[in-house]
Write a protein that binds this ligand. Structure first.
Ligand SMILES: *Cc1c(COP(=O)(O)O)cnc(C)c1O
Length: 360
């Protein structure tokens, strides 16, 4: 059996089916059903907010955020994220303005944001990379001073808290992905968290075509999710503490056994609780990364260049070419190692052995 970079967490089948049976009995499988409402309620409690909507994926929620905040021009964003972040900006007809990242945290360099602001700048869209928080205080101060909206792509941050507050609950809007590869998942899914009832009501309409029954209020799209997906969320949510605990144990074993020449992103912030979403390591050169990656693959060990390439270099990004040397450098040298509950100590030893040999 190959060791993959991640393995989707599946709850006991019977537990999933027992929850799904309720949808069968109700004969109600989508359109704001009972299971979806129950999951949404639990997610609201977990994140201490009344303004959260469960949606169909972690990309459409970025699009909803830009649309609902009426962003049409320039968006300051990070070149170091999954391609969905930049695509959402482009898809909504906005212009991404890439600001380079910090060499330690891999998050957008808040100190470089102000220099990129023009008369057309309307928003900052930043990613909490690997679940580590952006400099939320500084970004908020800049946004306030320049009258900009703040959107966080918190796709990696489910289960992370900063100063006791969920990382999904910062900015004007935060979004999350519940894709099968994420720490918490609903097969496909995501959520959008805003900071007012007014915005939540607007997003509620946007999520399902802009109407409730026979009352047509606004534009809208189909960003709904189904009872099947909600049932998966309800089955997995109670397991979250044990999932994070298992991830933490693997994370700590890697920390102990891997060669010390391999650097990692570091985030020394205090009052932060991590979800152990990823284990990225930084090679000295791209050549060393490619060599080690190929050798791991020969042993059926799959890793992921995450994130690569730097988004400012994507072919669909036209216009002024942004210069993001830190992101371009780090994205060429970073590799995410396998990390999921169930990875055995023996497998971790094997991964370490191949890497150590390759670097020698
Ligand atoms: C996974 C991910 C997304 C996209 O989420 P989907 O649910 O797959 O659409 C967006 N941004 C980041 C940073 C991600 O990791």
């Amino acid at each position: 059996m190959p060791i993959n970079v991640t393995q989707t967490y599946l709850p006991p089948f019977e537990e999933y089916i027992a929850i799904l049976k309720r949808a069968w009995d109700n004969k109600w499988i989508t359109n704001n059903g009972e299971l979806l409402q129950e999951l949404e309620q639990k997610l609201k409690e977990l994140h201490h907010t009344d303004h959260l909507l469960f949606c169909s994926n972690g990309t459409i929620v970025l699009q909803l955020a830009l649309k609902a905040l009426q962003i049409t021009k320039e968006v300051i964003t990070t070149p170091f994220s999954y391609v969905a972040t930049a695509n959402a900006v482009l898809w909504e007809g906005c212009t991404p303005v890439f600001v380079d990242i910090e060499p330690t945290t891999f998050c957008i360099d808040a100190g470089k944001i102000e220099a990129a602001i023009t008369k057309d700048t309307q928003a900052i869209l930043a990613t909490h990379v690997y679940g580590f928080p952006c400099n939320v205080e500084k970004i908020e101060a800049i946004a306030r001073q320049h009258n900009l909206k703040v959107i966080y792509d918190a796709a990696h941050a489910f289960g992370c808290t900063y100063k006791g507050r969920s990382l999904l609950n910062f900015g004007d809007i935060s979004t999350c992905s519940f894709h099968a590869t994420k720490v918490f998942h609903t097969v496909e899914g995501g959520c959008i968290v805003s900071n007012s009832k007014e915005m939540n009501d607007k997003l509620f309409l946007y999520r399902s075509f802009g109407h409730i029954g026979d009352d047509y209020h606004s534009i809208g799209i189909n960003a709904k999710n189904s009872e099947f997906h909600a049932a998966m969320g309800l089955a997995i949510l109670p397991k979250l503490p044990s999932i994070i605990k298992a991830r933490k144990e693997i994370f700590n074993i890697y920390n102990t056994i891997l060669p010390s020449s391999l650097q990692r992103p570091s985030n020394a912030i205090e009052a932060f609780e991590y979800n152990y979403a990823y284990y990225p390591v930084l090679f000295e050169t791209e050549k060393a990364l490619l060599k080690t990656r190929a050798e791991l693959m020969q042993h059926d060990i799959n890793t992921r260049r995450y994130f690569y390439p730097s988004l400012n270099n994507l072919s669909q990004v036209t216009g002024i070419k942004a210069y993001c040397p830190v992101s371009e450098d780090l994205s060429s040298r970073v590799l995410c190692l396998p990390l999921y509950p169930g990875l055995t100590e023996k497998e971790l030893e094997k991964i370490n052995e191949v890497i150590t040999k390759s670097l020698a």
